[in-house]
Write a new protein. Sequence first.
Length: 351
Amino acid sequence: MDIKVSRTEKSRLNVVDYDHLGFGKIFSDHMFSLEYSGGRWHDPSITPYGEMCVQPSLSALHYGQAVFEGIKAFYSKDGSVNVFRADKHHDRFNRSCERLCIPKISWEDFWDALYALVRLDHEWVPKKRGCSLYIRPFVFASDPFLGVKVSDTYRFMLITSPVGAYYSGGPVRLLTAPEYVRAFRGGLGCAKTPANYAASLMPAEVARKKGFSQILWLDGLEGKYLEEVGTMNIFAVIDGKLITPSLEGTILDGVTRDSAIKIARDLGVVVEERRLSIDELVSASKEGLLEEVFGTGTAAVITPVEEISHKGVTIKIDGKKERRLSQMLYDEITGIQYGLKQDRFGWIRKV
Ligand SMILES: *Cc1c(COP(=O)(O)O)cnc(C)c1O
């Protein structure tokens, strides 16, 4: 891909406070764009990060035909930049695109774009452990048209953001929302698309006002089985076994979820991908068999859950077993990401 590059005249890097990054608030100097029209992708460019012109009738703004990804790049101890599982994210990006009728992007174009942007802004990759460069690929329908139909034109973009921890407050408290549903089978639940987030905002706001970090979504049919947390997949350790909801079309096929499963199996842990009901969690907790609950996601990495509240019943996960498995998974995953542990699964690509 022949990318037209116009560099910024003045980098903003020197004004960034790398000790207080937060999540997704600061953007690096450049952005990547690729246009789709006439049945093909064309005009790849890198330009200074900043405002862009779109029509008020831009169809993605009205009907939500859009898809995104979230990938992380890490400063490795050998001074290079490690991008984590970009091929798996690209795979899911195209699967999401398929569900939203958006034309796919080849691996070559996807990686060329990511490589060129991260390379140009490599100085933005935080050097501190626990911090990383969050890469946000996204694509949106760009027809200036108010009729409801599949758009003929699209823009694919990449922006990057130096980030710290997503949940800076440590273990999180989750609330179920029996009166709301995130996704039904046959819907958009397994696509990384804005509509799923739109559906989750109001219940999440209610949860936040009650002092919880997020909603723990239950299945839409029976309101019984755990689904995910909306930004994270969910895992429970019951009696030494690692259990996570199976992929049945309503939850996201998380890259961190997959990494956690592969590492756990590699370490000899029994992993079960199956339906897991809230009742099972409650009874495991009563019997003292609920050892850990945690969420997984690119932004949140491995985030311990200390409490789940469901219809007035509170499940406390006190972590008295020192959150052994989640800590081990966190150490393994971040060890590979920062180049401190051997990349034995071939998950790292260097920039
Ligand atoms: C991105 C996302 C996750 C986490 O997936 P990762 O690939 O691990 O980052 C989980 N649930 C939803 C709805 C998401 O959008």
